[in-house]
Design a binder for this molecule. Structure first.
Ligand code: UDP
Length: 372
């Protein structure tokens, strides 16, 4: 006899949304997480009255009305719009690349002048096959060197020629003065921090922290009719088809007086500076505190035991992932896999929520069909 209908492994966004939906449909869920806190990587911690994004800056954005309405059930969002700046060799640039960036670089003042300049500097590459070729074909060598090359080499620890274009295509290039990092209709930061939002999402659901699924897998599998697994899919299957690769990060937090950099995010695109960006958390909520907390983000090589942040969706890894995905299909009567790690996808938050809502809906429909 099972105690729960669903055991959810991982208290991040996928697990929490899935648990919310199944709970509201009348099923009994238990969420477990090996970390001492809830929320996965969206976790924010209050320090000196400031919500610190402990696993890197998370800016919520979506164009999906349904997902925006959904998250607004659990928190209020402020009107924060992400407008990062780039620091390169002692100068600050407007970013993502927009008309003001092109003005700073080339003195062009209108969209037509900017267009003409870009036509001059673009490298003619017909079918760009990798990240470097794609950027060169859009904006040319100089912009590539200042904004993209060093940052990308630090972040991904490889030659940008070895990276797929989709990583960079999410960044807009605009010939207007619009410097919003995202093209989405909705954007903001939870006014009381992500942790509060996650706690509301999990309201009325049993959550056990400091609880390692793999330390007692057989026992946990026995507690529920189905298991929703949101961790690393290769670990779940004992790495039998090989290990999937990730990028990881190290965060260094510092406290300072006053205002450190006047913006939430400044990217350091020079290769010689070891961190990729500095995040000043109080600017996410327009904080006026006397103190400030900043976080320097250092990319690091990943090895088992470190936190996996970004899946590296190259050919090798995608092939391995496919084998795990095929195997997971065979186990679908007992296990559901979802989220950035279990689906091995470079998801943003709204996409994780979309995936969780879709899988929860399918599951609820399945349960209804077997009951009737
Ligand atoms: N990128 C860059 N320079 C920047 C910011 C981003 O070259 O100043 C590239 C880099 O390759 C990065 C990708 O664009 O991996 C996507 O950046 P984004 O900010 O969307 O990544 P995330 O916020 O998920 O780390």
């Amino acid at each position: 006899m099972h105690i729960y209908d669903y055991l959810i492994v991982g208290a991040g966004l996928f697990g929490s949304v899935f648990a919310r939906e199944l709970t509201d449909a009348g099923f009994k869920c238990l969420i477990i997480d090996k970390r001492p806190h809830t929320g996965g990587n969206v976790y924010t911690e209050k320090r000196e009255g400031i919500d610190v994004h402990m696993y890197g800056p998370h800016i919520f954005h979506t164009s999906d009305d349904r997902i925006w309405a959904y998250v607004n059930r659990f928190t209020k969002f402020n009107h924060y719009v992400n407008r990062p700046k780039v620091y390169y060799k002692g100068k600050i640039y407007s970013f993502p690349i927009n008309l003001f960036t092109l003005y700073q670089l080339y003195g062009v003042k209108t969209p037509a002048e900017a267009q003409k300049k870009l036509e001059e500097v673009k490298v003619p590459i017909k079918n760009p096959k990798n990240l470097e070729e794609w950027v060169l074909s859009q904006v040319g060598q100089e912009i590539y060197e200042i904004f993209i090359k060093g940052y990308t080499m630090k972040q991904w620890m490889c030659d940008p020629k070895e990276l797929p274009t989709f990583i960079i295509r999410r960044l807009p290039i605009r010939l207007t003065f619009d410097d919003n990092y995202f093209n989405d209709c909705y954007q903001g930061i939870p006014v009381e921090g992500y942790t509060k939002m996650m706690e509301r999402l999990q309201a009325g659901i049993e959550v056990r922290l400091n609880t390692d699924y793999f330390a007692n897998k057989e026992y946990f599998d026995g507690t529920a009719r189905k298991v929703v697994f949101t961790g690393k899919i290769d670990e779940f299957f004992g790495y039998r088809f090989g290990e999937l690769e990730y990028r990881t990060l190290r965060f260094e937090h510092e406290m300072h007086k006053g205002d450190y950099q006047g913006n939430a995010i400044i990217n350091y695109t020079e290769y010689e500076i070891p961190y990729t960006r500095i995040c000043e958390h109080k600017h996410f909520t327009f904080g006026q505190q006397e103190h400030t907390i900043i976080t320097k983000e250092y990319p690091e090589a990943w090895s088992r035991g470190k936190e996996p942040y970004y899946p590296i969706n190259n050919e090798r890894n995608n092939k391995i992932y496919k084998q795990y995905a095929t195997l997971s299909e065979e186990l679908k009567d007992k296990y559901i896999f979802g989220g950035r790690l279990a689906e091995y996808k470079y998801y943003d938050m709204h996409q994780v929520i979309g995936s969780a809502l879709a899988k929860a809906k399918k599951e609820i429909e399945f349960q209804k069909s077997t009951c009737s």
